[in-house]
Design a protein around this ligand. Structure first.
Ligand code: PCA
Length: 200
């Protein structure tokens, strides 16, 4: 078994992205599955091109994408990715799409990882987690849609999903925003991988 797991580079005013910081800390193997870690750019266009290539090169059984959701107070497991790119501030390339489609494809894809079970497991381990019904319209949603669309349109067997994580404490020293420790985020992602592997 092979798991492709991604985090994002920093964006906006941030110097780090907790998703990539946590992914970097994961072990090289979880439940006997090889963990392939990659950092994604916060770029609509590059993610759309790079992620299908990564999936084709890695040939994973599971694709778990992670990103920062600054302002959220817990780990959120995304239910759905929608076929929309929309951003006022723009991405790290300065690209700010308005109401654009990601691909010529369906309006939405549901995550194919066991979102309910992941949330349940995290909570049993005392890690605050809920299902989220929107991954937004920024690059994270585009990454989730791209992975699910590629898997579906190419008839691949891999399952895929997206997990948003809060800021970590060092990011909120000068903000009135919630945070979660990096260690807890890392443990949450690790549990999500474990739970998803069980469902394959
Ligand atoms: N979060 C952004 C994009 C990169 C990231 O870590 C988002 O939620 O879309």
């Amino acid at each position: 078994m092979k798991v492709l797991i991604t985090g994002f580079e920093p964006f906006g005013e941030e110097k780090i992205n907790p998703s990539w910081e946590a992914v970097k800390m994961l072990p090289e193997e979880i439940e006997g599955a090889r963990i392939v870690k990659k950092q994604l750019p916060v770029s609509f266009k590059r993610v759309r091109r790079l992620l299908p290539e990564l999936i084709d090169d890695t040939k994973p059984d599971l694709v778990l994408l992670t990103g920062q959701a600054g302002g959220r107070f817990n780990i959120t497991v995304e239910r759905v990715a929608i076929n929309v790119m929309d951003s006022v501030k723009g991405d790290n390339d300065g690209y700010a799409p308005e109401d654009e489609l990601i691909f010529n494809g369906p309006a939405a894809y549901f995550a194919t990882i066991p979102i309910r079970r992941i949330v349940k497991t995290l909570r049993e381990e005392k890690i605050p987690a809920t299902i989220s019904n929107s991954a937004g319209t920024y690059v994270c949603n585009t990454a989730m849609y791209t992975a699910l669309h590629h898997i579906s349109s190419q008839g691949l067997k891999a399952k895929a999903g997206f997990i948003h994580v809060p800021y970590i404490p060092e990011q909120v020293l000068d903000k009135t925003k919630p945070s979660m420790s990096l260690d807890m985020i890392k443990r949450g992602i690790q549990l999500a991988v474990r739970e998803s592997l069980k469902s394959l």
